[in-house]
Design a protein around this ligand. Structure first.
Ligand code: F6P
Length: 325
């Protein structure tokens, strides 16, 4: 028997992001503080379809604030993209008496949240993705930690690059967004950055590196966003073939960028957004995402979020180029 006033579900979906656990904790504890029953859904939308539910109390989310990953596990669900997957999930939610759901994840996950909202389920999305490609929020959960991970890695690579007089070509994640690469370009002092939003040729990269060599630099850092259109290994080979002064080495940062303990900023953002999501559901709000605007977290319609693409601010890209002199 459930004597609680509201039954709340929470799931994480898509690529994990540091801070998701802090958000789950905030959802659970805000829910409990408001006399809700809170159900944790394992394995994202797949878990919703399969009824992988467990009750979560305040002690179940103890000691997770500082942990990367997600205690609820996450999946990229193909079945949920189909109407029959969504129908099954709604049936499971009704069976469990779920009155509302918090979906923590990236673009694809927010699409799933919107699909449920359009079928009468109360849903609030929380942006969690290292890519920072989600419209309607200045920043998503996980971005700051990923940035710091990239910065630490590039700082280390610069030590060895400088000792050997080499160029390092470093590939960052971000899917179709150049945000991580552009920001890394500023905070790590890259000579040149390749991002999907700005097309540059191999010759332009070679010129920039050769120029840096001639100006007396002891090393060169090149950041290549995975979605830039340039294959990292091929670009490195081309630079060596063109003899730009420095020999090139490659590091692909990969999934290291998704792991690790969330920074203070991500813990704070995730906590604020988790609280706001529950408050919204309890107030009868649905079809919204929590977004950081100005100094606070507010709601933004999922319809608006999903009909726009957040692209990198090119002022940052240009700033990085100026500062590379
Ligand atoms: O969306 C987050 C992200 O890490 C992207 O930057 C990357 O392209 C993708 O996920 C990798 O996905 P997977 O972990 O499924 O290989």
């Amino acid at each position: 028997m459930n004597d609680k006033s509201f039954t709340l579900g929470v799931l994480t979906s898509g690529g994990d992001a540091p801070g998701m656990n802090a958000c789950i904790r905030a959802v659970v504890r805000t829910g409990i503080a408001n006399n809700c029953r809170v159900i944790g859904v394992s394995n994202g939308f797949d878990g919703l379809i399969n009824g992988e539910f467990r009750d979560l109390g305040p002690r179940d989310v103890g000691g997770i604030l500082q942990r990367g990953g997600t205690i609820l596990q996450t999946r990229r669900s193909d079945l949920f993209r189909e109407a029959r997957g969504q129908r099954e999930a709604i049936r499971r939610m009704n069976e469990a008496g779920m009155d509302g759901l918090v979906v923590i994840g990236g673009d694809g996950s927010l699409n799933g949240a919107f699909a449920l909202h359009n079928q009468g389920i109360k849903v609030i999305g929380v942006p969690g993705s290292i890519d920072n490609d989600i419209w309607g929020t200045n920043i998503s959960i996980g971005v700051d930690t990923a940035m710091n991970t990239i910065m630490e890695a590039v700082d280390k690579l610069r030590d060895t690059a400088s000792s050997h007089g080499r160029a390092f070509l470093i590939e960052t994640m971000g899917r179709g967004s150049g945000y991580l690469a552009a920001m890394a370009g500023i905070v790590c002092g890259a000579e040149i950055i390749l991002i999907p939003e700005v097309q540059i040729t191999v010759e332009e990269v070679a010129d920039a590196i050769e120029d840096a060599y001639k100006r007396g630099k002891t090393h060169a850092i090149i950041i290549n966003a995975e979605g830039s259109g340039h294959k990292t290994a091929e670009l490195a080979q081309a630079l060596d073939d063109m003899d730009v002064g420095f020999k090139t080495r490659v590091t692909i940062l990969g999934h290291i960028q998704r792991g690790g303990s969330p920074t203070a900023y991500d813990r704070l953002l995730a906590s604020q957004m988790g609280v706001k999501a529950v408050e919204g559901l309890l107030a009868g709000t649905s079809g919204m995402m929590t977004g950081l605007k100005g100094r606070g977290v507010d709601y933004v319609a999922l319809e608006e979020v999903l009909s726009h693409k957040r692209t990198v601010n090119l002022d940052y890209y240009n700033m990085a180029r100026t500062l590379a002199r």
